[in-house]
Design a protein around this ligand. Structure first.
Ligand code: CP
Length: 304
C-alpha cells in the first residue's frame, strides 16, 4: 500500500517481506556500511504529538541511514500550542512538499484521517488506543530472531491491555502469523471483545505465563487513566508484576519483552528487566532496522 496505517491492512506475505527486508537493513549502520542512498532526495517529516523516546529516535536514525532529508517538528514549540488543528498543521507541512510523514497522535484514527487528506505517504507511529504497527513489527522481528519462527509460538501479554495500541497491533500480527496469545490483567484493564481478536483472556498472570515462549509486559499507562488506579501500584505489582519466581512458569528458554518505557517495580521487577532472559534493548536495536525496512518499502523503490 501507499501508507502504513496498521497491521490490520497487512497480509502475512507483506509482514514477512518487511521482516526479511529488516534482516538486510541490520548491516547498515555497522562498521562497513554507515548509510545507503535508498531514500536520497526524499524528505521525511516526523510529527510526534505525543511524547516518545524510542520510536522517534529510531525513525530519525532509520531515515538518516537511508540518506533521506529529515526533520522532526517540535510540537511543544510549534503553532499547535496556539490551537492550530491537526489537519491545518499537516496541510501547512505538506505545502512544503515532503514525501513521507511519520505521525504519532493521541487520537485513535488520526493517521487514517491524514491518509485520506494528504498527498504524502503516512507512517503510523502510534495513534491513540488504536495501533502502533512498527512496534508490533519490531517485536515480531525480535521473536523470530530468538525463536526462529512465529507460527506456533505461545506468547503471554500482561499489563494495561485496555489502553494499549501495542497490544492491539501485536495481537493482530501474531494471530495472522499463527502464534497463540494469552493475555492477563486486572479485570478493569481487560478490553471488552479481546477474545474476538483471538486472545485467550486469563484471570491470573500465572495462567498466562504457563509454558510461554515469549513474555511481553505492558506499561501501566497512568496518563490515560481518568480515575484513581485500582488496585494501587503496589498491589498491582503483587498481583500482576513479572518476578523471577513467576518467570519460572514460562519455558526455560522464554524471552522477556517490554516496548518501553518501563515502570520498574510496577509491571516488571528490575532484576527480570535486566536479567539474562530480557531482550528489551534488542527490541530497541531491531526497531531501527524494521523502520528502515518500512520506509524503504514505502518510498525507496517503485511507486507501489
Ligand atoms: N515503545 C514506544 O513506542 O516507546 P516510545 O513511546 O518511547 O516511542
Amino acid at each position: 500500500g501507499r501508507h502504513l496505517l496498521g497491521i490490520s491492512d497487512l497480509s502475512t506475505e507483506e509482514i514477512t517481506l518487511i521482516l526479511d527486508t529488516a534482516d538486510a537493513m541490520r548491516e547498515v549502520g555497522q562498521r562497513e556500511i554507515k548509510k545507503v542512498p535508498a531514500l536520497r532526495g526524499r524528505t521525511i517529516v516526523n510529527l510526534f504529538f505525543e511524547p516518545s523516546t524510542r520510536t522517534r529516535t529510531s525513525f530519525e536514525i532509520a531515515e538518516k541511514r537511508l540518506s533521506a532529508d529529515t526533520l522532526s517538528l517540535a510540537v511543544s514549540t510549534s503553532s499547535v500550542v496556539k490551537g492550530e488543528t491537526l489537519l491545518d498543521t499537516v496541510s501547512n507541512i505538506e505545502a512544503m512538499a515532503p514525501d513521507m510523514l511519520v505521525v504519532r497522535h493521541g487520537s485513535s484514527g488520526a493517521c487514517h484521517q491524514l491518509a485520506r487528506h494528504c498527498r504524502s505517504r503516512i507512517v503510523n507511529a502510534g495513534d491513540g488506543l488504536h495501533e502502533h504497527p512498527t512496534q508490533a513489527l519490531l517485536d515480531a522481528y525480535t521473536m523470530r530472531q530468538h525463536k526462529g519462527r512465529l507460527d506456533g509460538l505461545q506468547v503471554a501479554i500482561v499489563g494495561d491491555l485496555l489502553h494499549s495500541r501495542v497490544l492491539r497491533s501485536n495481537l493482530l500480527l501474531l494471530r495472522k502469523m499463527g502464534a497463540t496469545v494469552r493475555v492477563a490483567a486486572p479485570r478493569p484493564l481487560v478490553p471488552i471483545g479481546i477474545e474476538a481478536l483471538g486472545a485467550t483472556a486469563c484471570r491470573t498472570i500465572e495462567e498466562a505465563l504457563d509454558g510461554a515462549d515469549v513474555v511481553m509486559m505492558l506499561r501501566i499507562q497512568l496518563e490515560r487513566m481518568q480515575n484513581n488506579f485500582f488496585p494501587s501500584l503496589r498491589e498491582y505489582f503483587l498481583l500482576f508484576g513479572l518476578t523471577a519466581e513467576r518467570m519460572a512458569l514460562a519455558r526455560p528458554d522464554a524471552i522477556v519483552m517490554h516496548p518501553g518505557p518501563m515502570n520498574r517495580g510496577v509491571e516488571i521487577a528490575s532484576d527480570v528487566a535486566d536479567g539474562p532472559q530480557a531482550v528489551i534493548l534488542e527490541q530497541v536495536a531491531n526497531g531501527v532496522a524494521v523502520r528502515m525496512a518500512v520506509l524503504y518499502l514505502l518510498g525507496g523503490g517503485s511507486e507501489e
